[in-house]
Design a protein around this ligand. Structure first.
Ligand SMILES: *Cc1c(COP(=O)(O)O)cnc(C)c1O
Length: 402
């Protein structure tokens, strides 16, 4: 088969299945509204949970940082790119989250890839929750370790797997808050089990950091769990981008030797670290925003229940409405758009087959009337032929998100 044939077939297959992905240019937008093709919509698809992406204090910090340090790091952190703002931010993150060390990465995707690649050797065992993010599963599949995926949020299923034969080291991987379902992992029992078998726990808290726990310290803090490896990302509640891995001294020194995404890649620009330092302060002082977000979540869930819409049991900003069929999910998203609400239909292979969904995300930036508008539209859609299927399932089926 030629390259051309391979590309043609793959594209045709995606289109037939209703899985063809297209980007849309967001001309101007933030957590509450966005603009596409000249039209404004209410935005229910952003991960900007606290509305910080347009926070003036953070913008100013980025501008001042750029004036003082320039716009780029000028090299890998292992050469000359490890700037004073990056070092200061690492120290602050460590102190804030209670870890001796924090290492900055350009993205959560890179952090997950780097950590798993550096930690896992042949003969090791890696256990990942079935619904783990693609950045985790992909790294796990590429690693020389044996990967097994345990039933979503089920410590018993993990325990049964852990009890099997073990020669090498064991790493258990889960998310604090699951990106497509919005539910939280039971971190305490997972960590206890992991420790019992001499393993390490890695928690990816991309969606928990900033929104959960005291001062927004995230899922681990909220559940009083202290994992061996914690990944936090700054593209969601922090409103910026980038990530950090929190760990012990030796682990950090080890990652600095072997994490190729750090060694062979340009470091985070110092100005971005300045912006992230300001974002961290906003997160730490963000109780008002977190309260506003909690109110919005409650309003949405109560309103959905009143209108007979069944949601997944999520208490977080991620409120998925499972539709099932891909084409139907797309039609519903399109209809919401026609009425001014931007909601993304998430389809396989991002989510398990048969669980295409509207992934509705809420932000502290939403106003009460915005949420009412979305609820009314969903209710109207549920009464029509393209609407929600009768007896919408309340639980995603297993099958994994790879
Ligand atoms: C978004 C996300 C990532 C990737 O983080 P980026 O900083 O956007 O690359 C990793 N893990 C989870 C669970 C995510 O939701």
């Amino acid at each position: 088969m030629s390259w051309q044939q391979r590309i043609d077939i793959a594209l045709a297959e995606r289109r037939e299945k209703g899985q063809f992905r297209q980007r849309r240019v967001n001309q101007q937008g933030y957590a509450r509204t966005l603009q596409i093709d000249g039209r404004r919509y209410l935005n229910f698809s952003a991960n900007d949970y606290l509305g910080l992406s347009h926070e003036p204090r953070i913008i100013r910090a980025w501008q001042q940082g750029a004036e003082q340090y320039g716009v780029g790091a000028g090299g890998s952190g292992h050469v000359t790119g490890y700037s004073a703002p990056c070092a200061a931010l690492e120290a602050q993150l460590g102190a804030w989250l209670g870890f001796p060390r924090a290492l900055l990465f350009i993205s959560g995707f890179a952090a997950n890839q780097a950590v798993i690649a550096a930690m896992m050797a042949k003969g090791d065992r890696l256990f990942a929750d079935k619904l783990s993010h693609a950045s985790l599963l992909e790294a796990a599949v590429l690693s020389p370790a044996t990967l097994r995926r345990f039933a979503h949020n089920q410590p018993d299923a993990l325990g049964a797997m852990l009890a099997g034969n073990a020669a090498g080291e064991t790493l258990v991987v889960t998310e604090g808050v699951f990106s497509m379902d919005g539910d939280s992992a039971p971190l305490a029992p997972i960590h206890q089990l992991t420790r019992r078998y001499g393993g390490w726990l890695m928690v990816d808290d991309a969606h928990g950091i900033g929104t959960l726990g005291e001062q927004g310290r995230g899922s681990c803090w909220q559940q009083n769990v202290y994992p061996e490896l914690l990944v936090v990302t700054f593209g969601k509640a922090f409103g910026v981008s980038g990530a950090a891995v929190l760990c012990q001294q030796d682990t950090a020194d080890y990652l600095l030797q072997f994490a190729r995404h750090l060694i062979y890649s340009t470091a985070m620009p110092p100005a971005q670290a300045c912006a992230l330092t300001a974002a961290l302060a906003c997160v730490q002082q963000g109780d008002d925003r977190r309260q506003r977000l909690a109110q919005n979540i409650l309003q949405f869930r109560d309103g959905a229940q009143e209108r007979g819409l069944s949601l997944l049991p999520s208490l977080t900003a991620i409120q998925p409405l499972i539709i099932g069929d891909e084409h139907r999910a797309l039609a519903l998203a399109e209809r919401l758009r026609q009425h001014g609400c931007w909601v993304t239909a998430i389809r396989p292979p991002t989510v398990p087959p048969g669980t295409a969904r509207l992934r509705i995300t809420l932000s502290a930036a939403h106003q009460s009337a915005d949420i009412e508008q979305l609820l009314d539209l969903l209710h109207q859609a549920s009464l029509t032929e393209i609407g929600l299927p009768a007896g919408v399932t309340t639980h995603a089926v297993g099958g994994g998100a790879a």
